[in-house]
Write a protein that binds this ligand. Structure first.
Ligand SMILES: CC(C)(COP(=O)(O)OP(=O)(O)OC[C@H]1O[C@@H](n2cnc3c(N)ncnc32)[C@H](O)[C@@H]1OP(=O)(O)O)[C@@H](O)C(=O)NCCC(=O)NCCS
Length: 179
């Protein structure tokens, strides 16, 4: 599933995957940090294209590429997986120089709004218990830890969409990344 439309934030643009994004995706998946934190594996360009074709055809898995709104450079991706009921949120800021600049927070806000529009009341996230940065990120977004999955070494987080306070994250242009 592709997003029903481009989603525009102050600094990010969320859009459907296109072939021109494949190169960035291959680079991100080759990064050992991404592999360890997000449970990804390196993929060839063809594998990336096949994977995105399958996602695009899926009726339950929605994925968007995060672009820097100004430069249109791809910096990561974000997803909502509806295949288990309440959508599971996934995010990756693939470009290391773009982390800790508020891009993920903005992308999350746009996806949470979309999930609500699509009828979701709750968003779930699963975070490896060694991924401190992602745990802090989800907690900052308002998620609460509900349980630990010992088999998968993951913390399961939930966020009630109805109860969310509005975003109070700073979104100044001074935090732009050089991607
Ligand atoms: C987790 C991740 C998505 C966060 O993206 P980001 O763009 O760096 O996050 P933001 O800059 O929007 O951070 C928003 C807030 O989350 C918290 N946060 C984000 N990353 C953090 C980190 N590494 N350590 C502590 N707090 C962090 C902070 O409170 C931050 O606000 P602040 O910078 O004003 O303090 C990013 O680090 C990433 O893609 N990591 C690799 C892949 C991954 O782990 N994906 C998630 C799998 S569950």
């Amino acid at each position: 599933m592709r997003p029903p439309r481009d989603l525009l934030g102050e600094r990010v643009l969320l859009t459907g995957f296109r072939e021109e994004h494949a190169h960035s995706y291959v680079t991100w998946l080759a990064d050992p940090y991404i592999q360890r934190m997000a449970g990804e594996q390196a993929e060839s360009r063809q594998q990336v294209l096949d994977r995105h074709r399958a996602w695009s055809d899926s009726t339950t898995f929605l994925e968007a590429i995060i672009l820097d709104r100004e430069t249109r450079a791809p910096i990561g991706d974000v997803s909502l997986d509806f295949s288990h009921g309440d959508p599971r949120f996934g995010i990756m800021i693939g470009e290391p120089s773009c982390r800790r600049r508020g891009y993920a927070a903005e992308a999350f806000e746009l996806m949470a709004r979309l999930a609500r529009e699509m009828g979701a009341r709750l968003i779930v996230a699963e975070v490896y218990d060694w991924n401190e940065g992602s745990m802090r990120f989800h907690e900052r977004m308002g998620f609460r830890r509900v349980r630990h999955d010992d088999a998968l070494h993951e913390w399961v987080y939930e966020l009630e969409l109805g109860d969310r306070p509005g975003s109070s994250l700073a979104t100044g242009m001074d935090r732009r990344c050089p991607a």
